[in-house]
Design a protein around this ligand. Sequence first.
Ligand code: DLL
Length: 433
Amino acid sequence: MIYNPEYECMEREARKKLQLASLKNLIETLYERVPYYRKKMDEWGVKSTDLHALPDIEKFPFTTKDDLRELYPHGLLACSKDKIVEVHMSSGTTGKPVVNEYSQKDIDIWREAMARTLAGGGCTKDDIVQNCYGYGLFTGGAGVHYGALTIGAEVLPMSSGNTDRQLMVMQDFGSSMLTCTPSYALFMAEEAADAKIDLQKLPIRKGCFGAEPWSENMRKEIEARYGMKAHDIYGLTEIIGPGVSFECEAQNGLHVNEDLFYPEIIDPETGKTLPMGEKGELVFTTLTKEGTPLLRYRTRDITCFIDEPCRCGRTTVKMHRLFGRTDDMLIIRGVNIFPSQIEHALFAIEGTEPAYLIVINRGETRLDEIELQVEVKQEFFSDETRKLEELRNRIEGEMKSKLQIGVKVKLVEPKTIERSTGKAKRVIDNRTI
Ligand code: DLL
Protein backbone atom coordinates (compact mmCIF):
# COMPACT_ATOMS: atom_id res chain seq x y z
CA MET A 1 0.00 0.00 0.00
CA ILE A 2 1.25 3.50 -0.80
CA TYR A 3 0.37 5.86 2.04
CA ASN A 4 0.80 9.14 0.20
CA PRO A 5 0.84 8.67 -3.60
CA GLU A 6 0.84 12.43 -4.18
CA TYR A 7 4.34 12.74 -2.76
CA GLU A 8 5.68 9.20 -3.08
CA CYS A 9 4.77 8.81 -6.76
CA MET A 10 5.38 12.43 -7.73
CA GLU A 11 6.84 13.19 -11.11
CA ARG A 12 10.58 13.47 -10.55
CA GLU A 13 11.12 16.94 -12.02
CA ALA A 14 8.30 18.29 -9.87
CA ARG A 15 9.92 16.76 -6.80
CA LYS A 16 13.25 18.36 -7.67
CA LYS A 17 11.59 21.77 -7.82
CA LEU A 18 10.04 21.17 -4.44
CA GLN A 19 13.37 20.07 -2.99
CA LEU A 20 15.13 23.14 -4.35
CA ALA A 21 12.56 25.51 -2.86
CA SER A 22 12.76 23.72 0.53
CA LEU A 23 16.55 23.76 0.45
CA LYS A 24 16.74 27.51 -0.19
CA ASN A 25 14.37 28.10 2.64
CA LEU A 26 16.36 25.84 4.94
CA ILE A 27 19.67 27.51 4.19
CA GLU A 28 18.21 30.95 4.83
CA THR A 29 16.74 29.79 8.13
CA LEU A 30 19.98 28.16 9.26
CA TYR A 31 21.96 31.28 8.38
CA GLU A 32 19.58 33.55 10.27
CA ARG A 33 18.87 31.40 13.32
CA VAL A 34 21.79 29.09 14.06
CA PRO A 35 25.07 30.90 14.85
CA TYR A 36 27.03 27.72 14.21
CA TYR A 37 25.80 27.48 10.61
CA ARG A 38 26.23 31.21 10.02
CA LYS A 39 29.86 30.96 11.08
CA LYS A 40 30.46 27.88 8.96
CA MET A 41 28.80 29.36 5.86
CA ASP A 42 30.81 32.55 6.28
CA GLU A 43 34.00 30.51 6.56
CA TRP A 44 33.07 28.60 3.39
CA GLY A 45 32.09 31.88 1.71
CA VAL A 46 28.60 30.69 0.69
CA LYS A 47 25.12 32.21 0.92
CA SER A 48 21.62 30.93 0.20
CA THR A 49 21.71 32.98 -3.01
CA ASP A 50 24.49 30.66 -4.25
CA LEU A 51 21.97 27.86 -4.58
CA HIS A 52 20.54 27.88 -8.10
CA ALA A 53 20.09 24.16 -8.72
CA LEU A 54 20.22 21.06 -6.48
CA PRO A 55 23.84 20.11 -7.32
CA ASP A 56 24.89 23.51 -5.87
CA ILE A 57 24.40 21.93 -2.45
CA GLU A 58 27.98 20.69 -2.88
CA LYS A 59 29.19 24.23 -2.21
CA PHE A 60 27.79 24.09 1.32
CA PRO A 61 29.47 22.77 4.46
CA PHE A 62 28.86 19.36 6.04
CA THR A 63 27.66 18.70 9.58
CA THR A 64 29.29 15.85 11.51
CA LYS A 65 28.51 13.83 14.61
CA ASP A 66 31.38 15.63 16.37
CA ASP A 67 29.71 18.98 15.62
CA LEU A 68 26.50 17.69 17.20
CA ARG A 69 28.31 16.47 20.29
CA GLU A 70 30.11 19.78 20.67
CA LEU A 71 26.84 21.68 20.39
CA TYR A 72 25.05 19.46 22.94
CA PRO A 73 22.37 20.02 24.17
CA HIS A 74 20.71 23.00 22.43
CA GLY A 75 23.36 24.44 20.10
CA LEU A 76 21.56 23.52 16.89
CA LEU A 77 18.12 24.76 17.79
CA ALA A 78 16.61 26.72 14.89
CA CYS A 79 13.29 27.74 16.44
CA SER A 80 12.34 29.23 19.78
CA LYS A 81 12.71 26.82 22.70
CA ASP A 82 9.02 26.99 23.63
CA LYS A 83 8.10 25.38 20.30
CA ILE A 84 9.83 22.13 21.27
CA VAL A 85 7.41 19.38 22.32
CA GLU A 86 9.59 16.23 22.43
CA VAL A 87 13.24 15.22 22.59
CA HIS A 88 15.05 12.04 21.57
CA MET A 89 18.69 11.07 21.88
CA SER A 90 21.03 8.31 20.92
CA SER A 91 24.02 7.57 23.05
CA GLY A 92 26.43 5.60 20.87
CA THR A 93 29.54 4.25 22.52
CA THR A 94 31.58 7.36 23.22
CA GLY A 95 31.07 10.97 24.21
CA LYS A 96 27.94 13.03 24.61
CA PRO A 97 24.68 11.82 23.08
CA VAL A 98 23.31 13.29 19.87
CA VAL A 99 20.03 15.10 20.32
CA ASN A 100 16.97 15.74 18.18
CA GLU A 101 14.54 18.36 19.46
CA TYR A 102 11.12 18.14 17.79
CA SER A 103 8.57 20.90 17.35
CA GLN A 104 4.95 19.89 16.70
CA LYS A 105 5.63 20.36 12.98
CA ASP A 106 8.55 17.91 13.25
CA ILE A 107 6.36 15.35 15.00
CA ASP A 108 3.85 15.72 12.16
CA ILE A 109 6.65 15.15 9.62
CA TRP A 110 7.71 12.07 11.57
CA ARG A 111 4.16 10.71 11.68
CA GLU A 112 3.90 11.11 7.92
CA ALA A 113 7.33 9.55 7.28
CA MET A 114 6.55 6.60 9.54
CA ALA A 115 3.07 6.06 8.10
CA ARG A 116 4.71 5.76 4.67
CA THR A 117 7.35 3.43 6.13
CA LEU A 118 4.93 1.03 7.80
CA ALA A 119 2.61 1.10 4.79
CA GLY A 120 5.64 0.10 2.69
CA GLY A 121 5.83 -2.99 4.92
CA GLY A 122 2.17 -3.72 4.27
CA CYS A 123 0.59 -2.09 7.33
CA THR A 124 -3.08 -1.05 7.03
CA LYS A 125 -5.64 0.23 9.53
CA ASP A 126 -6.68 -3.39 10.13
CA ASP A 127 -3.29 -4.40 11.51
CA ILE A 128 -2.32 -5.04 15.11
CA VAL A 129 1.25 -3.83 15.45
CA GLN A 130 3.36 -5.39 18.19
CA ASN A 131 5.96 -2.69 18.67
CA CYS A 132 9.01 -4.09 20.47
CA TYR A 133 11.41 -1.26 19.69
CA GLY A 134 12.48 0.44 22.90
CA TYR A 135 10.29 3.30 24.13
CA GLY A 136 12.13 6.17 25.78
CA LEU A 137 14.89 8.39 24.44
CA PHE A 138 15.50 5.90 21.60
CA THR A 139 13.47 6.84 18.53
CA GLY A 140 12.34 3.33 17.53
CA GLY A 141 9.42 2.94 19.94
CA ALA A 142 7.91 6.40 19.47
CA GLY A 143 8.48 6.49 15.70
CA VAL A 144 6.61 3.25 15.00
CA HIS A 145 3.93 4.23 17.51
CA TYR A 146 3.22 7.53 15.74
CA GLY A 147 3.24 5.93 12.31
CA ALA A 148 0.88 3.10 13.25
CA LEU A 149 -1.59 5.50 14.86
CA THR A 150 -1.45 7.74 11.80
CA ILE A 151 -2.42 4.79 9.61
CA GLY A 152 -5.17 3.94 12.09
CA ALA A 153 -3.75 0.55 13.07
CA GLU A 154 -3.86 -0.80 16.62
CA VAL A 155 -0.55 -0.60 18.51
CA LEU A 156 0.69 -2.84 21.30
CA PRO A 157 3.38 -0.61 22.87
CA MET A 158 5.49 -3.48 24.22
CA SER A 159 8.94 -1.88 24.17
CA SER A 160 11.85 -4.36 24.09
CA GLY A 161 12.55 -7.28 26.40
CA ASN A 162 10.45 -9.57 28.58
CA THR A 163 10.25 -12.15 25.82
CA ASP A 164 7.81 -14.49 27.61
CA ARG A 165 5.32 -11.67 27.83
CA GLN A 166 5.94 -10.68 24.20
CA LEU A 167 5.05 -14.21 23.10
CA MET A 168 2.02 -14.35 25.34
CA VAL A 169 0.67 -11.08 23.94
CA MET A 170 1.49 -12.13 20.38
CA GLN A 171 -0.71 -15.19 20.81
CA ASP A 172 -3.51 -13.68 22.89
CA PHE A 173 -3.94 -10.43 20.98
CA GLY A 174 -3.30 -11.81 17.51
CA SER A 175 -0.54 -9.37 16.50
CA SER A 176 -0.32 -9.23 12.71
CA MET A 177 2.78 -7.05 12.38
CA LEU A 178 6.06 -7.12 14.32
CA THR A 179 8.44 -4.19 14.70
CA CYS A 180 11.82 -4.59 16.47
CA THR A 181 15.50 -5.04 15.71
CA PRO A 182 16.12 -8.03 13.41
CA SER A 183 18.30 -9.72 16.05
CA TYR A 184 15.50 -9.49 18.60
CA ALA A 185 13.03 -10.91 16.08
CA LEU A 186 15.28 -13.96 15.73
CA PHE A 187 15.78 -14.26 19.45
CA MET A 188 12.02 -14.23 20.00
CA ALA A 189 11.64 -16.92 17.35
CA GLU A 190 14.18 -19.11 19.18
CA GLU A 191 12.36 -18.63 22.46
CA ALA A 192 9.05 -19.43 20.75
CA ALA A 193 10.51 -22.68 19.39
CA ASP A 194 11.70 -23.64 22.90
CA ALA A 195 8.25 -22.91 24.29
CA LYS A 196 6.73 -25.06 21.51
CA ILE A 197 4.85 -22.07 20.09
CA ASP A 198 4.26 -22.50 16.38
CA LEU A 199 4.72 -18.99 14.98
CA GLN A 200 3.50 -20.11 11.58
CA LYS A 201 0.08 -20.74 13.07
CA LEU A 202 -0.18 -17.20 14.51
CA PRO A 203 -1.54 -14.27 12.45
CA ILE A 204 1.84 -12.50 12.44
CA ARG A 205 2.51 -12.02 8.70
CA LYS A 206 4.60 -8.85 8.27
CA GLY A 207 7.41 -7.05 9.99
CA CYS A 208 9.50 -3.86 9.78
CA PHE A 209 13.00 -4.36 11.07
CA GLY A 210 15.96 -2.02 11.35
CA ALA A 211 18.15 0.06 13.68
CA GLU A 212 21.10 -2.32 13.15
CA PRO A 213 22.85 -4.05 10.26
CA TRP A 214 21.29 -7.26 8.98
CA SER A 215 21.71 -9.39 5.90
CA GLU A 216 19.60 -10.97 3.21
CA ASN A 217 20.15 -14.33 4.88
CA MET A 218 18.89 -13.01 8.17
CA ARG A 219 15.79 -11.79 6.35
CA LYS A 220 15.23 -15.28 4.92
CA GLU A 221 15.61 -16.79 8.37
CA ILE A 222 13.08 -14.38 9.94
CA GLU A 223 10.63 -14.89 7.09
CA ALA A 224 10.89 -18.67 7.34
CA ARG A 225 10.53 -18.83 11.11
CA TYR A 226 7.49 -16.55 11.35
CA GLY A 227 5.99 -17.24 7.94
CA MET A 228 6.05 -13.50 7.27
CA LYS A 229 7.36 -10.81 4.92
CA ALA A 230 10.24 -8.94 6.59
CA HIS A 231 11.00 -5.36 5.50
CA ASP A 232 14.09 -3.27 6.13
CA ILE A 233 13.54 0.21 7.60
CA TYR A 234 16.25 2.81 8.13
CA GLY A 235 16.71 6.04 9.97
CA LEU A 236 18.79 7.86 12.55
CA THR A 237 18.04 10.01 15.56
CA GLU A 238 19.76 13.10 14.19
CA ILE A 239 17.59 13.21 11.06
CA ILE A 240 14.18 12.14 12.49
CA GLY A 241 14.56 8.57 13.82
CA PRO A 242 13.12 5.70 11.76
CA GLY A 243 11.23 6.95 8.70
CA VAL A 244 14.12 8.16 6.56
CA SER A 245 13.89 5.23 4.12
CA PHE A 246 12.05 1.93 3.87
CA GLU A 247 11.51 -1.13 1.72
CA CYS A 248 8.34 -1.69 -0.29
CA GLU A 249 6.93 -5.04 -1.38
CA ALA A 250 9.72 -5.36 -3.98
CA GLN A 251 12.18 -5.82 -1.05
CA ASN A 252 14.95 -4.54 -3.22
CA GLY A 253 16.37 -1.33 -1.77
CA LEU A 254 14.91 1.30 0.53
CA HIS A 255 12.85 4.22 -0.82
CA VAL A 256 14.10 7.51 0.59
CA ASN A 257 11.41 9.98 1.71
CA GLU A 258 13.03 12.47 -0.63
CA ASP A 259 10.59 15.34 -0.26
CA LEU A 260 11.52 15.40 3.44
CA PHE A 261 15.19 14.32 3.48
CA TYR A 262 17.60 15.16 0.67
CA PRO A 263 20.14 12.35 0.20
CA GLU A 264 23.65 12.47 -1.23
CA ILE A 265 26.43 9.90 -1.49
CA ILE A 266 29.97 11.16 -1.09
CA ASP A 267 33.46 9.78 -1.07
CA PRO A 268 34.22 9.62 2.69
CA GLU A 269 37.87 10.52 2.08
CA THR A 270 37.49 13.53 -0.21
CA GLY A 271 33.92 14.66 0.53
CA LYS A 272 33.21 14.78 -3.21
CA THR A 273 29.80 13.68 -4.53
CA LEU A 274 30.00 10.26 -6.20
CA PRO A 275 28.42 9.34 -9.54
CA MET A 276 25.03 7.58 -9.37
CA GLY A 277 25.33 3.96 -8.29
CA GLU A 278 28.74 4.20 -6.60
CA LYS A 279 29.19 3.09 -3.03
CA GLY A 280 30.04 5.77 -0.47
CA GLU A 281 28.96 7.64 2.65
CA LEU A 282 25.32 8.63 2.92
CA VAL A 283 24.63 12.31 3.67
CA PHE A 284 21.23 13.82 4.52
CA THR A 285 19.79 17.32 4.62
CA THR A 286 16.47 17.72 6.42
CA LEU A 287 14.29 19.74 4.04
CA THR A 288 11.33 20.72 6.19
CA LYS A 289 12.32 20.30 9.85
CA GLU A 290 11.88 23.14 12.29
CA GLY A 291 13.49 22.22 15.66
CA THR A 292 16.96 20.93 14.81
CA PRO A 293 17.27 20.91 11.01
CA LEU A 294 20.59 19.66 9.65
CA LEU A 295 22.54 20.59 6.55
CA ARG A 296 24.54 17.83 4.78
CA TYR A 297 24.77 15.55 7.79
CA ARG A 298 27.39 12.83 7.38
CA THR A 299 25.78 9.61 8.60
CA ARG A 300 28.93 7.41 8.35
CA ASP A 301 26.64 4.76 6.82
CA ILE A 302 27.82 3.20 3.57
CA THR A 303 25.44 2.47 0.73
CA CYS A 304 24.73 3.31 -2.92
CA PHE A 305 21.67 4.60 -4.75
CA ILE A 306 19.60 2.28 -6.90
CA ASP A 307 18.24 4.52 -9.61
CA GLU A 308 15.78 2.34 -11.47
CA PRO A 309 12.00 2.44 -11.66
CA CYS A 310 10.40 0.35 -8.92
CA ARG A 311 7.48 -1.94 -9.66
CA CYS A 312 5.64 -0.56 -6.61
CA GLY A 313 5.02 2.73 -8.43
CA ARG A 314 6.95 4.98 -6.05
CA THR A 315 9.26 7.37 -7.89
CA THR A 316 11.57 8.08 -4.96
CA VAL A 317 15.21 7.05 -5.24
CA LYS A 318 16.18 3.85 -3.43
CA MET A 319 19.27 3.17 -1.34
CA HIS A 320 20.83 -0.28 -1.11
CA ARG A 321 20.62 -1.96 2.30
CA LEU A 322 23.60 -0.68 4.28
CA PHE A 323 26.99 -2.23 3.54
CA GLY A 324 28.44 -1.05 6.85
CA ARG A 325 29.67 2.13 8.46
CA THR A 326 32.79 4.15 7.85
CA ASP A 327 33.53 3.67 11.54
CA ASP A 328 32.73 -0.04 12.00
CA MET A 329 35.34 -1.05 9.48
CA LEU A 330 37.84 -3.28 11.21
CA ILE A 331 41.42 -3.07 10.06
CA ILE A 332 43.04 -6.39 10.80
CA ARG A 333 46.66 -6.74 9.74
CA GLY A 334 46.05 -4.05 7.15
CA VAL A 335 43.00 -5.75 5.68
CA ASN A 336 39.73 -3.81 5.78
CA ILE A 337 36.87 -5.95 7.02
CA PHE A 338 33.24 -5.11 7.71
CA PRO A 339 31.31 -7.25 10.21
CA SER A 340 28.59 -7.56 7.56
CA GLN A 341 30.99 -9.55 5.33
CA ILE A 342 31.55 -12.04 8.13
CA GLU A 343 27.83 -12.33 8.75
CA HIS A 344 27.12 -12.84 5.08
CA ALA A 345 29.63 -15.68 4.76
CA LEU A 346 28.48 -17.28 8.00
CA PHE A 347 24.81 -17.41 7.19
CA ALA A 348 25.46 -19.36 4.03
CA ILE A 349 26.85 -22.27 6.09
CA GLU A 350 24.41 -25.00 7.08
CA GLY A 351 24.40 -25.91 10.78
CA THR A 352 25.18 -22.48 12.25
CA GLU A 353 22.68 -20.53 14.34
CA PRO A 354 22.07 -16.82 13.67
CA ALA A 355 24.20 -15.73 16.63
CA TYR A 356 27.86 -14.85 16.46
CA LEU A 357 30.45 -12.62 18.08
CA ILE A 358 33.62 -11.21 16.58
CA VAL A 359 36.40 -10.85 19.15
CA ILE A 360 39.61 -9.12 18.16
CA ASN A 361 42.74 -9.69 20.18
CA ARG A 362 46.30 -8.60 19.79
CA GLY A 363 48.06 -11.96 19.87
CA GLU A 364 51.35 -12.89 21.54
CA THR A 365 53.22 -12.04 18.38
CA ARG A 366 51.54 -8.61 18.50
CA LEU A 367 49.60 -9.53 15.42
CA ASP A 368 45.87 -8.92 15.43
CA GLU A 369 43.74 -12.03 15.52
CA ILE A 370 40.05 -12.49 14.93
CA GLU A 371 38.22 -15.04 16.96
CA LEU A 372 34.81 -15.76 15.59
CA GLN A 373 32.46 -17.34 18.09
CA VAL A 374 29.59 -19.09 16.37
CA GLU A 375 26.63 -20.88 17.86
CA VAL A 376 25.90 -24.20 16.22
CA LYS A 377 22.90 -26.48 16.40
CA GLN A 378 22.69 -28.68 19.50
CA GLU A 379 22.95 -31.90 17.50
CA PHE A 380 26.57 -31.12 16.60
CA PHE A 381 27.45 -31.31 20.28
CA SER A 382 25.67 -34.58 20.83
CA ASP A 383 27.24 -36.21 17.74
CA GLU A 384 30.85 -37.32 17.41
CA THR A 385 33.43 -34.59 17.71
CA ARG A 386 34.52 -35.24 14.13
CA LYS A 387 31.44 -33.42 12.86
CA LEU A 388 32.17 -30.38 14.99
CA GLU A 389 35.74 -30.39 13.72
CA GLU A 390 34.54 -30.59 10.12
CA LEU A 391 32.16 -27.68 10.59
CA ARG A 392 34.85 -25.57 12.22
CA ASN A 393 37.24 -26.24 9.33
CA ARG A 394 34.52 -25.37 6.86
CA ILE A 395 33.80 -22.03 8.48
CA GLU A 396 37.50 -21.22 8.74
CA GLY A 397 37.98 -22.11 5.06
CA GLU A 398 35.03 -20.00 4.00
CA MET A 399 36.22 -16.99 6.01
CA LYS A 400 39.73 -17.27 4.61
CA SER A 401 38.43 -17.27 1.05
CA LYS A 402 35.98 -14.40 1.62
CA LEU A 403 38.10 -12.14 3.83
CA GLN A 404 41.59 -13.02 2.60
CA ILE A 405 42.69 -13.39 6.20
CA GLY A 406 42.71 -16.25 8.72
CA VAL A 407 40.02 -16.36 11.38
CA LYS A 408 40.02 -18.63 14.43
CA VAL A 409 36.59 -20.15 14.84
CA LYS A 410 35.23 -21.22 18.20
CA LEU A 411 31.99 -23.19 18.06
CA VAL A 412 29.74 -22.69 21.04
CA GLU A 413 26.48 -24.26 22.17
CA PRO A 414 23.14 -22.64 21.36
CA LYS A 415 22.17 -19.63 23.52
CA THR A 416 25.67 -19.04 24.93
CA ILE A 417 26.23 -15.75 23.13
CA GLU A 418 24.56 -12.91 24.97
CA ARG A 419 21.37 -11.67 23.29
CA SER A 420 20.24 -8.08 23.19
CA THR A 421 16.64 -6.98 23.06
CA GLY A 422 17.70 -3.81 21.25
CA LYS A 423 20.69 -3.37 18.98
CA ALA A 424 22.94 -6.44 18.96
CA LYS A 425 26.60 -6.13 19.90
CA ARG A 426 28.59 -8.10 17.33
CA VAL A 427 32.18 -6.97 17.89
CA ILE A 428 34.45 -6.92 20.93
CA ASP A 429 37.72 -5.21 20.17
CA ASN A 430 40.25 -5.98 22.91
CA ARG A 431 43.14 -4.24 21.18
CA THR A 432 44.84 -1.40 22.92
CA ILE A 433 46.78 0.74 20.56
O1 DLL B 1 18.34 3.21 15.04
C1 DLL B 1 16.56 4.63 14.26
C2 DLL B 1 15.76 3.43 13.89
C3 DLL B 1 14.88 2.88 14.78
C4 DLL B 1 15.87 2.90 12.61
C5 DLL B 1 14.10 1.79 14.44
C6 DLL B 1 15.09 1.80 12.23
C7 DLL B 1 14.22 1.25 13.15
P1 DLL B 1 19.96 5.55 15.98
O2 DLL B 1 19.89 4.84 17.28
O3 DLL B 1 20.33 6.99 15.97
O4 DLL B 1 18.59 5.48 15.24
O5 DLL B 1 20.98 4.73 15.06
C8 DLL B 1 21.17 5.11 13.73
O6 DLL B 1 21.64 2.80 13.16
O7 DLL B 1 23.17 5.46 11.32
C9 DLL B 1 22.73 3.05 11.09
O8 DLL B 1 24.12 2.89 11.28
C10 DLL B 1 21.99 2.07 11.99
N1 DLL B 1 20.77 1.62 11.32
C11 DLL B 1 19.52 2.14 11.39
N2 DLL B 1 18.67 1.44 10.60
C12 DLL B 1 19.41 0.47 9.98
C13 DLL B 1 19.14 -0.55 9.02
C14 DLL B 1 17.89 4.34 14.88
N3 DLL B 1 17.93 -0.76 8.54
C15 DLL B 1 22.13 4.14 13.07
N4 DLL B 1 20.19 -1.32 8.62
C16 DLL B 1 22.27 4.39 11.59
C17 DLL B 1 21.42 -1.13 9.10
C18 DLL B 1 20.75 0.61 10.44
N5 DLL B 1 21.74 -0.20 10.01
